[in-house]
Write a protein that binds this ligand. Sequence first.
Ligand code: G3P
Ligand code: CA
Length: 279
Amino acid sequence: MTHARRHPAFRPVQIVAHRGASEDAPEHTLAAYRKAIEDGADALECDVRLTADGHLVCVHDRRVNRTSNGRGAVSALELADLAALDFGSWKTRESVRARGEEPDWEHRPEDREATSVLTLERLLELVADAGRRVELAIETKHPTRWAGQVEERLLMLLKRFGLDAPPSPEESQVRVMSFSARSLHRVRAASPTLPTVYLMQFVSPRLRDGRLPAGVRVAGPSIRIVRNQPAYVERWKAAGHRVHVWTVNEPEDVDLCVDLGVDAIITNRPRAVLRRLGR
Ligand code: G3P
Ligand code: CA
């Protein structure tokens, strides 16, 4: 059923594909991001990690064991090692059906690139060639381990695509997210107009009044925080922050986020969420 719910500020809520259209297609693959763009997602979320030879790749876990046919930590593998792996075969149509969903994506073995390891560079090319504006929400994973190298490489890559220094945060096509305030601080120090999102699994006592770490523009709470303590959304908004919520997959959570006036919904199911919002 379609709920053409209205955002209280009459601003459309942005629909962000979490790890791509990761319910249908294997997360963090070109296949999942192509699908998200086809589905009409406004933005794409991805996690980035550094390989042993200094490439930024889109992988969530520290190790590749869950999402590929290989083993080992991303940080201990070189890009060539990762390129030899298959990041798609773990997600079978049966595994999607087992969760009560009908898969809307077919693995085509001849399109090897679709399920190979995805570099951030390749994802930026995909966005550049999308034929419409697609935003990118890039999450730095375990940035403390690398003492600034993740952010440095990230900004170098964004510069190559002309995305590192937007005229203003509002106009930026890219934002950087992290659970690490230090990582976000490094990004802002290098590029003050690049918006940053502080991710929260819980709200720490020093931030309970709606403040965020200095300079951060966007609150990134989990849906659990929003469900259990919806008053925080009002507090962040009153403090002048935008609110981007993850990972919002259930219809009632989508409705709650829209009713509370959040600015972005990060979801594994962009197709279903857009349909629910009548888009
Ligand atoms: O979008 C933020 C969300 O992705 C953070 O959690 O573990 O899925 O990276 P995680
Ligand atoms: Ca993430």
